[in-house]
Design a binder for this molecule. Sequence first.
Ligand code: EPZ
Length: 449
Amino acid sequence: MGNVLTIRGGVPLNGKVSVRGAKNLVPKAMVASLLGNTPSVLRNVPEIKDVEVVTSLLRLHGVEVTKDPVTGDLTMDPSAAKMAQSKDIDAHAGDSRIPILFCGPLMHSIGEAFIPDLGGCKIGDRPIDYHLQVLRNFGAVVDKRPGGISISAPKGLHGAKLSLPYPSVGATEQVLLTAIRAEGITELSGAAVEPEIMDLIAVLQKMGAIITVQTDRVIRIEGVRELTGYNHKAISDRNETASWASAALVTQGDIYVEGARQLDLTAFLNTYRKVGGAFDVDDDGIRFYHPGGPLKPLVLETDVHPGFMTDWQQPLVVALTQASGVSIVHETVYENRFGFTEALIRMGANIQVHRECLGSVPCRFGQRNFLHSAVISGPTQLRGADIDIPDLRGGFSHLIAALAAEGTSRVTGIELINRGYERFQDKLEGLGADFDITEEAPVFAAGLL
Ligand code: EPZ
């Protein structure tokens, strides 16, 4: 059983939060430490579940991980790296998708890897076909086993000319983490170039890698024999920043996000301004606030970087339920990322989801029976409801809706939010939210209430 968050809505969130290292960079930088022949230090590390999962997976593989009790900085020493038992890997992986990125580093450091079947947010099928294809191109032998995949490199790994059918973040990371110590040159076309990818490239370059990001999504990697450890401060989490910004808008509040980087949020900030939000940028962060007046509807299409991030749409959809008019959101990255709207509709939102591509360009999911476009009519008064959190970003969107709703909401499954939002309950308290946390009663847990 987990905890129940009882939220009394209608209170504007005002104050300051600090956002630290990006959930979608830090675990990858931790895995990269396996490739170095000396210890690595990673700074600005958030206290989130995904970091705990990777810490235990690294320790399982013989990497010594120590955490500074004051700063939270991690020191990782891979000198005793070894193969782990597949059942143990499975037990530690949780619903994280990170184990798939251990392939390249483990094959380089110990010659083999076992990857358990992956979890992750239920926002689509989450296939790993691109990952397995690039690993085979590097010369790896990939065998599907019960419960996971066994991967080995009996003849070592060699550079390859690769092209991704879609600029997948994970598959791009797979290539980077495998190519940098493979024999020869790798050229990747159709690569992802998100800020988290660029920060991972910065980490790898510090280790001794030779990586060139060319124009039109082509990345060239020249394999090197040896890499050292790194010392790196992780970029801040732009997805958490966007979530707090949306919370300020929906609750008609004013939140200063310390650590927010304008450079990583250009598309979000433009959209935030178009919806009627206001923001002030300074050297240490960004202030997000509702300047008064009605919020404006808009037509939005998610895309890969530098477009509007798919991870930003769910919190923003809650703001669109408060806009005066009809908004349209076309989700082109994941086929099933509007499941969270069911709870918003129960709270009074007027949202319809459609199979059609309601955007400027037909995407991969058009006419394939995926409800990947949403039409939102507002403003509607949100009322408190019982909510069970479906996934990380959808879950935070439910919190935002409950904080703005009239009346009380009881939210379960909040442990999911700890995967990617550091100390979110402390932050909510600091912003003046009115809520209690109680142990989930058995009868409630059984859904009998
Ligand atoms: C990363 O997921 C992020 N997660 C996601 O953030 C983010 O939404 C996503 O990139 C897109 O930016 C982490 O970094 C841990 P993808 P990833 O591979 O790497 C398809 C959050 O809330 N695909 O770029 O798994 C896939 O199905 C999370 O923080 C294949 O078809 O995403 C999807 O439609 C959610 N085959 C598209 O590519 C593959 O082998 C993009 O996925 C791999 C991906």
